[in-house]
Design a protein around this ligand. Structure first.
Ligand SMILES: [Cu+2]
Length: 113
């Protein structure tokens, strides 16, 4: 029952985001037009689909993060600091914090869950 309620509220969040014209370009989010330069932060949960520690990059298939205006998607983040990626593996489910400014999205904290 609890799971059903969480899923339902997530779907409502996704549906309301999808209705907003500003999200038409979401599949290409890192490069999407974005006139907002304000810094936003959010917490998400997702699965690591790619890791590039040398480039400090991590790709996460994550759920909706309402505080930064994102529906669920797969995207690449810059890890700041890069040391955050130590010990992580592709396929792990992680909880993370993100800092978003314009088209730049950083992971500022991350841990397996
Ligand atoms: Cu995203």
């Amino acid at each position: 029952m609890k799971t059903t309620m969480i899923v339902t509220s997530a779907l409502v969040a996704i549906a309301s985001l999808a209705a907003a014209p500003a999200f038409a370009g979401m599949p290409n989010m890192p490069g999407m037009p974005n006139n907002a330069t304000a810094v936003k932060t959010g917490k998400g949960v997702g699965v690591i689909t790619a890791l590039d520690p040398k480039a400090a990059k991590i790709t996460i298939k994550h759920g909706a993060i309402p505080t930064v205006g994102w529906p669920a998607m797969t995207m690449t983040f810059a890890a700041k600091p890069a040391a955050l990626l130590k010990g992580l593996k592709v396929g792990q489910t992680v909880a993370f914090e993100t800092r978003v400014q314009g088209a730049a999205a950083d992971v500022t904290a991350i841990k397996p869950r």
